[in-house]
Design a protein around this ligand. Structure first.
Ligand SMILES: [Zn+2]
Length: 111
């Protein structure tokens, strides 16, 4: 759940610092800062168009492969050789063809 904070992150840090100086427990405020930072990270990821990661073990096989595919370098060209089956393709995902990439990634999916 997003933290309902009206302070800026800088103000929050200052608040933590001043609370610490006063000898109070800052654990709660630190938790808040962590939430704000997590929110920043998610916003940044959304802005960059990076898919938000679900836990791999909670994804379906298709989602998992699609996720990894999006993070992979896709090469386009002619006569590209798959490093696993050594057939030629017009595009490769992380150096492998669709079929090999799929099998390779399935082998890495946590169960
Ligand atoms: Zn292949």
């Amino acid at each position: 759940m997003p933290a309902a904070v009206r302070l800026t992150k800088k103000e929050l840090i200052e608040l933590i610092e001043s609370t610490k100086d006063a000898g109070c427990d800052t654990a709660c405020l630190r938790g808040l800062l962590a939430e704000v930072e997590e929110e920043d990270r998610l916003k940044k990821a959304a802005r960059l168009g990076v898919p938000l990661k679900a836990k791999p073990e909670e994804m379906t096989t298709e989602e998992y492969i699609e996720e990894l595919r999006q993070q992979s370098v896709i090469e386009h060209g002619t006569d590209l050789e798959c490093m696993i089956c050594h057939d030629k393709f017009d595009h490769l995902i992380s150096g492998t063809c669709e079929v090999c990439f799929r099998e390779w990634m399935l082998g890495t999916k946590p169960r």
